[in-house]
Design a protein around this ligand. Sequence first.
Ligand code: NAP
Length: 328
Amino acid sequence: MNLQKPDQLTLPPAPPAAVNLYTPKNPFTATVVGRRRINDPSSPNFCWHVVLDIRGGQMEGRYRIGQSIGVVPEGRFNDPKFNVMNRSLDSKIRLYSIASACWGDDWRGETVSLCVKREVDENEETGELVFGAASNFICDAQLGDRMQITGPVGKSFLLPENPLPHHYVFVATGTGIAPFRGMLIELFNQGFAGEAWLIFGVPYSTEVMYDEEFRQWSQNHPNFHYRTAISREQRNREGGKLYVQHRLEEEEERLIPLLRRPETRLYLCGLKGMEFGIYKWLYRIDSGLLSLPPGMTVEAIQAMTRESPDWMKVEKARDKERLFKETY
Ligand code: NAP
């Protein structure tokens, strides 16, 4: 897909963040108008970019990148085959981060896109395959199929109201890439001239979603720096798995001065576990993005394990104006 808007088009600024325009009791019926696989076809995993038509509803032109929408996986919650995670069956929706800019992939705000990986597992006792209810519902959907959605929700992972006079470091693991695709489209189509980094971690090189788009983007924009961390194919300096935090470390000569600038924003999206290594690094480089909880030293934090009772305090010590996270 071309991430650059057509020349003749003038895009409006991002709208104010609206929330809960649709709820589980009052969902909107969207139609699937696009679907394409976004990881390598040779992969045994299946990640799809799905485009939903939201014309005629209140969400049209009113969602912000960084928000999520809920999907109602009709008919699948009460089937054990579709309850891979063995989660409570009474929830009617699953939330997914929006992957399109506020103008949608159609540039008119008439669509919203999601980035979804099929969840598939084996039942430990029976060996039967079980499928994540919502992820497979979305990935199964064909063009023209209708789907009930809710939201948008969330106001804490947005770009700043005036996004241009900032620098950005985006760090994603897996499908946590979703919001960064939309954020980059919004920034660069509004004439962003700052520095933007995207550090993207996945287990195998076949799992790098939107890879071609990001590569092309970095060729066209010298101020966009794209790095992948392929955990099970590449090694860090100690010989272990190469994670996003190791890529950050490798680039620290350029990232330290950037992160220390007050106008720089750091966004983390994906697995909760990534916070641990990244936060330690942020303390070590004196980024200013995390304060020291009372009575703690940087050395004590470096020695912590994820199980340390004090880790909770560290987690909460981020500068909420400059460091944003959406991790699960
Ligand atoms: P995935 O393909 O398994 O990729 C995750 C990557 O992170 C792997 O390379 C993994 O390495 C690495 N990793 C594991 N532990 C880490 C750690 N402690 N520090 C740094 N990197 C680490 O991911 P996924 O299955 O797509 O899962 C992504 C997560 O993002 C899910 O929890 C999802 O809920 C969340 N999320 C999704 C969305 C969305 O819109 N879909 C939005 C926000 C967040 P190894 O496996 O090799 O150890």
